[in-house]
Design a protein around this ligand. Structure first.
Ligand SMILES: *[C@@H]1O[C@H](CO)[C@@H](O)[C@H](O)[C@H]1NC(C)=O
Ligand SMILES: *[C@@H]1O[C@H](CO)[C@@H](O)[C@H](O)[C@H]1NC(C)=O
Ligand SMILES: *[C@@H]1O[C@H](CO)[C@@H](O)[C@H](O)[C@H]1NC(C)=O
Ligand SMILES: *[C@@H]1O[C@H](CO)[C@@H](O)[C@H](O)[C@H]1NC(C)=O
Ligand SMILES: *[C@@H]1O[C@H](CO)[C@@H](O)[C@H](O)[C@H]1NC(C)=O
Length: 315
């Protein structure tokens, strides 16, 4: 007696294997469930790559929101901007500055130290600097293949704020004539391991990034605006393990799906054969059955009604 896989048998078998069938139906249901779960898991792990955490729209939203909530900011005062609840974990702050004062004294804003001798390019009498700390959202918006973020992603943008009573719309670059701008991560790093060499990473607007060695005090330097963080190399075996788990899962799904398709084809062929045999039986051809290897097969008996065509011999 063969155990059939997710299949309903012929009538005789059904009666014989009533108990087994009940069991195998539960078995089938759980198999379909497992297949479904594995399939959607592997789909979602593919979909994760192209997510809807779009940095451009986030920056546009933050700029718009900061501009609206600032109203009439006083020059030289740093404002913390509270974001809607569905962005909780991110920090945004903004400050308006006179360019002359900025050039002469520089400014410390959150993790950033802007030394003296920085000038907006193109020149503007007043500038606004918008700083953001993506906090626990960092890895949703920024990814460095082969590396792991060990600090939040922080960034800044500068705007020409001369004509505006708020932030202003026109982005400006910085021309740095003295020391570079520095980003101080020492209080925001969670290395999560020994013997790891952290590196500075700077993200460009188009999703590109550049890696640089970092000094002992966890400081990164830059001569232009952007987003910054700290990374360490990903453990090799971790990514290999992930690869194998994913590969194995996918292979398994393909195998099972292939098996199901084969089973369906086999069932279809068998049903078609049975229908054919039934049609032939109706036409009056007698069949005997005999057994080969445990399966019942029909065979034409030796004595059968001769088809008319074969008897067309006219003496
Ligand atoms: C910023 O806010 C001001 C007034 O609140 C408004 O006139 C201006 O269009 C806003 N700019 C942007 C980019 O939203
Ligand atoms: C970040 O943390 C805040 C609470 O501090 C939480 O509300 C938010 O959902 C978290 N965001 C993510 C993407 O985990
Ligand atoms: C910024 O901080 C550094 C280090 O604490 C300090 O030397 C510098 O004077 C500060 N600059 C301003 C403009 O406060
Ligand atoms: C500010 O206003 C001046 C004169 O109205 C104009 O030429 C200039 O383009 C404006 N700048 C910005 C950033 O809007
Ligand atoms: C700022 O610099 C970048 C490249 O360094 C350039 O593509 C961009 O046009 C500049 N922006 C302004 C407002 O000058």
């Amino acid at each position: 007696m063969a155990i059939r896989f997710c299949n309903s048998g012929t009538d005789q078998h059904k009666r014989q294997e009533n108990a087994l069938l009940v069991k195998s139906m539960g078995f089938c249901k759980s198999w379909y469930y497992i297949i479904w779960v594995m399939f959607s898991l592997s789909l979602s792990s593919f979909a994760r790559g192209s997510n809807d955490y779009d940095l451009d729209s986030l920056n546009a939203f933050i700029h718009d929101h900061a501009n609206k909530s600032l109203g009439n900011p006083r020059t030289g005062i740093l404002y913390n901007i509270s974001l809607p609840a569905n962005f909780s974990g991110m920090e945004v702050s903004a400050i308006r500055l006179r360019s002359g004062q900025f050039w002469a004294k520089g400014k410390n804003i959150s993790l950033f130290q802007f030394p003296p001798k920085i000038r907006p390019k193109p020149y503007a009498k007043r500038i606004a600097i918008l700083c953001q700390n993506l906090g626990n959202w960092s890895s949703y918006y920024h990814d460095v293949p082969g590396y792991r973020l060990v600090a939040p992603v922080v960034g800044f943008v500068a705007y020409d704020s001369s004509n505006s009573s708020t932030l202003g719309n026109l982005k400006v670059n910085f021309s740095v004539k003295g020391n570079p701008i520095s980003v101080h991560f020492s209080h925001h790093i969670v290395l999560g391991g020994k013997d790891l060499t952290p590196k500075c990473v700077k993200f460009g607007a188009d999703g590109s990034f550049t890696l640089k060695d970092m000094n002992k005090s966890y400081v990164c330097v830059s001569r232009s605006a952007g987003h910054f963080s700290v990374v360490v190399p990903k453990k090799h075996d971790q990514s290999i393990l992930k690869f194998w788990v994913l590969g194995f899962g996918l292979g398994f799904v393909v195998l099972v799906l292939g098996g199901l398709v084969l089973a369906a084809i086999f069932r279809l062929l068998r049903r078609r054969k049975i229908v054919k045999m039934e049609q032939q039986t109706e036409r009056g051809v007698a069949f005997d059955t005999f057994w080969i290897g445990g399966s019942k097969l029909p065979s034409a008996s030796m004595i059968r009604t001769q088809p008319a065509l074969e008897n067309e011999y006219v003496p």
